[in-house]
Ligand binder design. Sequence first.
Ligand SMILES: *Cc1c(COP(=O)(O)O)cnc(C)c1O
Length: 403
Amino acid sequence: MKKTIYLDNAATTKTAPEVVEAMLPYFTEFYGNASSIYRLGAQSLQAVTAARDVIAASIGADSSEIYFTAGGSEADNWALKAAAEAYRQKGRHIITSKIEHHAVLHTCEYLEKSGFEITYLDVDECGLISPEELEEAIRPDTILISVMFANNEIGTIEPIEEIGRIARAHSVLFHTDAVQAYGQVPIDVDKLNIDMLSASAHKMNGPKGIGFLYIRKGVKIRSFVHGGAQERKRRAGTENVTGIVGFAKAAELSMASMEERIERETGLRDYLIARIEKEIPFSRLNGHRTLRLPNNVNFCFRFIEGESLLIKLDMQGICASSGSACTSGSLDPSHVLLAIGLEHEIAHGSLRLTLGPETTKEELDQTVEALKEIVKQLRGMSPLYEDFIKNKNSELQEESHVQ
Ligand SMILES: *Cc1c(COP(=O)(O)O)cnc(C)c1O
């Protein structure tokens, strides 16, 4: 069995060894309930408090504005549902984009059923929303704008600073799903006028099942889970102390290495993009070339079915994805690729390769070689490709006759 080449870091990441090490004592030694009076409990509470400080500092927030959740999906659900409920007297209109993660889109559909009206902004061929269109969509009854920081499929980074400025100027709350961006690019909630922000540990080398929602002081927001007094009575449930400790360790590591990592991964990303564009015919890069996460590569290969590509890559030990992990298993093409204007057939032949801190140039070289071979093989079996080449050749012949 070949060594695994893991290029699916947008789906989840390997937990960093330092993170695992930081978590271990909270399973075995400091296992107290953070709400208990005795010292064993106080030690857990101390760890949670310290972790909250680290995470707050990483986005320029105050510790009292960080609420731990069970991950990114919960944070997105909370932000949208609780803001909708708290502000429904003011209005029932919410603005989002067509390329959000399903945690946002399906929550919006749920809110539509309970009387809210949602505007889904279009994106251009690179996946960017238009700030002008956003501003035009704002109405007197608009209570919330939710636009993701960076897209999980095509890596495009949205104009967050402009969106924040517009939201603030119209006194509308601004939530951003930063699950893909947090830990990858610098984020300052004050500079960007962000009122709520969702993040998740397992997308940045932390453990699974822990995330946070940042809620700016002064924002009216309802409790999401009712029960005990944890998370300032907003989200009940015994603290996930090990997860919280691991999340903070992952945040600490990613903040310390961010600059160097961005430079390294951007270099590798652009190297991979250049090789694929040069060496695989009829390929198309999806997403913006520069306003893009440092670790994201997404291509369409014409006449290829994404699922077959993934299976053949897997046989060579290469982990990648087609569309998003959450939609694989369904035959619908990705809503993101359709929103950037791709035809159904072409959208089916997409491949996402997402790099991590351990990704090497050698691994990318091996991946390109495997990909070239597989694409050739699959096209060799495709009647569409055969017709296409025949037509193309006869066109060329006709042209040469004319001359
Ligand atoms: C992964 C992801 C989520 C969901 O986060 P979980 O922690 O897996 O629930 C939400 N939004 C985006 C953009 C993501 O990539």
